[in-house]
Write a protein that binds this ligand. Structure first.
Ligand SMILES: Nc1ncnc2c1ncn2[C@@H]1O[C@H](COP(=O)(O)OP(=O)(O)OP(=O)(O)O)[C@@H](O)[C@H]1O
Length: 254
């Protein structure tokens, strides 16, 4: 499988709160290197503050690395985005703040479709997208606060796939959901990935979820990649942090 995304020796630091000198910068990513292969779900796991969201923002082109490069199909992210409108999407953890409370479900999903000057029938497109995420078209005219958390996250997924993306960054996308709903949404994401031949970066702090959904897992510890393994090879982890996480996971086939 060719690499869709390459993260090459990426460094990123921020000014420490309260400090204004270069010495008071905090290095969040310290030479991160890994690839996201086309068609795979790659999991990025790490404890709070390890730099996962920073890395997501660099991949989404929202920020630039200080050193190193993030390339998509060999191109720097901003260039790739310009040439591939709608082909990269994102789903965030906090679904309540990632939808506009004043927009109906229909308007929420329509926004990126309209931005791409869609020529087809918008109502039909929205109905088809709702069906894809197993939501009734009757929900179209409701507002986000009239839906459950799981339903709103499905709306966010419908919006994310509305432009037929090739690549989706799922940044803690299921972390705020109840465990039973998490499983349903994970299954939905898995099914959609295969059906639409998409590539995922699945960012999470919960190894169980990552191992369930992902083909490859990258362990980030204090801004460094300390281990990367295919899911089938997790038992071969060498790094102590990765091993400690693996030890805390309940065996899958008990
Ligand atoms: N814009 C910013 N300015 C200053 N510091 C920042 C900024 N963004 C992130 N940081 C710092 O960088 C470090 C890594 O943050 P990041 O959000 O990437 O971690 P994370 O692994 O996603 O954590 P979590 O799982 O808690 O979201 C933290 O110490 C954070 O305070």
């Amino acid at each position: 499988m060719p690499n869709l995304v390459e993260i090459n020796n990426v460094e990123k630091s921020y000014v420490k709160a309260g400090g204004n000198f270069s010495s008071s910068r905090v290095k969040v990513l310290k030479g991160v290197t890994f690839a996201i292969e086309e068609g795979l779900c790659v999991g990025l796991i790490g404890e709070s503050g390890s730099g996962k969201s920073t890395l997501s923002r660099l991949i989404l082109g929202l920020e630039k690395p200080d050193k190193g490069a993030v390339l998509i199909e060999g191109q720097p992210v901003p260039e790739w985005i310009k040439a591939n409108q709608g082909k990269m999407s994102v789903v965030f953890q906090d679904y309540t703040s990632s939808v506009n409370p004043k927009y109906t479900i229909k308007e929420t999903i329509a926004e990126p479709i309209r931005a791409m000057n869609y020529a087809g029938n918008l109502e039909d497109r929205i109905d088809a997208l709702l069906a894809k995420v197993s939501l009734s078209p009757d929900l179209k005219d409701r507002y986000p606060h009239e839906l459950s958390g799981g339903q709103v996250q499905r709306v966010c997924i419908a919006r994310a796939i509305s432009t037929n993306p090739r690549f989706i960054v799922l940044d803690e996308a299921i972390s705020s959901l109840d465990v039973s709903v998490q499983t349903q949404v994970m299954n939905l994401l898995h099914q959609l990935r295969l059906e639409m031949k998409m590539t995922y970066l699945f960012v999470a702090h919960d190894l169980q979820a990552v191992a369930h959904l992902c083909n490859k897992i990258v362990f980030l510890y204090r801004g460094e990649v300390v281990e990367q393994l295919m899911s089938a090879d997790l038992v071969n982890a060498q790094n102590e942090y990765a091993k400690s996480l693996l030890a805390s996971v309940i065996p899958f086939d008990v």
